[in-house]
Design a protein around this ligand. Structure first.
Ligand code: PA5
Length: 428
């Protein structure tokens, strides 16, 4: 992956760059020496080196066993316990995999909302399908996944009988604590551990992300290799993670309080959802933090383009650009040319897409929107692994520069307390 920050230069001053570069270096060192805030949640820093071949083998073996007998894998989890898996699977999958047959199970998600209709309609679908459940919860007590798991555990038991249901449930949770761990032990579910020192939003390279990604048929070793490559690079001085963390903090200091993650490829839409949690939950504290938003272009140029071009000037963009497409589709010449597109005859669709990207970059820069560009050669396991680790590392650095603890999430509890009180949960 490459990082280009030249299109932020007119919005920053040289001395700020020098100053924040130093802050970024210091922050990065703290992640390694573990002397910063939240240092007991830094297990993700060395994760790419620490995932054992045995764990990968075990995950792949279980995934293969399920692939041969199920049509659908239902993954139950919320926040950091689902966004990473969904982001990686969507990035790597065929855009229309839902409607095409392939040898791997379709991936569905639940426990990430409290919509009754969602659950009811999912039950209707699963009544007629062969499926298994992966339930992911570090605490084991989160209301959304716990509610869904109770329902689909019963559904599986009714459909297959208790014994077969047990073989179709995989629990990913804490190694010893929590309700899910207790249940998994008493029922005899296959379990994978979420390490104590890895928080939810940094857990995609643990079984939380790796297991669903393996079931969907992707190469988790390559994902980890990509992450390891960036882990190596970002140990060195003048690395991209430090540069990205520094520049976004300079822009924030200069009034650019909202960052928009931009893609020109719909497969990356959900990757932005993962990124939004990573940065929003890590930095949005103590009245501080860049607000993370996202758009998919060119689609959203026809909805949010006006605001980005011309609205309140507190936005900067970070574009994820993919250099090479998987397929080629060429626009043909048309005799009638009623749509006046013959000037593009013989060109690939991606040529038009890249031209839109260049045109948009210039327009938004002219409109006062600083632009950061991150490019990867193509979408595959290795480069998605690179992006994951890059954004995680930069997030830790960025949070330290901002002066917050990037590894806690005290604000998430507020809605839960009120909801429990309203629901009449004992003790609230
Ligand atoms: O990043 C986080 O810590 C959160 O988003 C959690 O992942 C989310 O709340 C789910 O928690 P749990 O895995 O304990 O069910």
């Amino acid at each position: 992956m490459k990082l280009d920050i030249t299109n932020t230069e007119t919005f920053t001053e040289k001395k700020e760059v020098t100053n924040f570069k130093e802050k970024a270096r210091k922050a990065n060192k703290s992640l390694h020496t573990k002397d910063g805030k939240g240092s007991n949640y830094l297990g993700w820093v060395n994760l790419p080196y620490e995932i054992t071949d045995n764990l990968i083998k075990d995950i792949n073996t279980k995934a293969e066993e399920l692939q041969s007998k199920i049509e659908i894998m239902l993954t139950i989890g919320i926040g950091g316990s689902y966004l990473g898996a969904k982001a990686v699977i969507e990035a790597l999958s065929d855009n229309f995999s839902e409607y095409k047959t392939n040898k791997y199970p379709k991936m569905l998600f639940a426990g990430n909302n409290l919509s009754e209709d969602y659950i009811a309609e999912l039950i209707q679908l699963l009544d007629d399908k062969s499926y298994a459940v992966t339930v992911i919860s570090k605490s084991g007590t989160t209301t959304e996944p716990a509610t869904s798991f109770r329902i689909f555990k019963k559904h599986l038991e009714k459909k297959y009988g208790k014994k077969e249901a047990v073989s179709r449930i995989i629990a990913i949770t804490d190694k010893e604590k929590g309700a899910l761990k207790q249940l998994a032990d008493s029922e005899g579910y296959k379990t994978y551990v979420i390490p104590d020192d890895v928080g939810g939003r940094f857990s995609v390279l643990t079984p939380v992300g790796l297991f669903p990604v393996a079931v969907a048929g992707f190469d988790i070793k390559k994902l980890i290799d990509g992450a390891e490559n960036i882990a190596e690079q970002t140990k060195k001085e003048n690395n991209n993670a430090e540069a990205y963390a520094a520049i976004r903090n300079i822009l924030y200091t200069n009034g650019f309080t909202n960052e928009i993650l931009v893609n020109y490829n719909p497969k990356l839409t959900f990757f932005a959802e993962w990124w939004k949690q990573l940065y929003g939950e890590s930095e949005g504290k103590k009245g501080k933090g860049i607000f993370p938003a996202s758009v998919s272009f060119t689609t959203d140029l026809h909805s949010l383009g006006q605001y980005i071009q011309d609205g309140k000037r507190n936005l900067f963009e970070t574009v994820i650009s993919v250099e090479k497409t998987k397929y080629n589709v060429v626009l043909e010449k048309d005799e009638q040319n009623l749509d006046k597109l013959n000037y593009l005859a013989g060109k690939n669709i991606e040529y038009i897409n890249k031209s839109a990207e260049q045109g948009t970059l210039k327009a938004h820069l002219d409109g006062g929107v600083p632009n950061i560009r991150i490019s990867i050669p193509e979408i595959n396991e290795f480069y998605i692994g690179e992006l994951i680790y890059f954004f995680e590392k930069a997030c830790g650095i960025s949070g330290y520069i901002l002066g917050v603890n990037p590894f806690d999430q005290p604000g998430v509890e507020a809605y839960k307390r009120n909801m429990f009180r309203i629901l009449g949960k004992p003790g609230y």
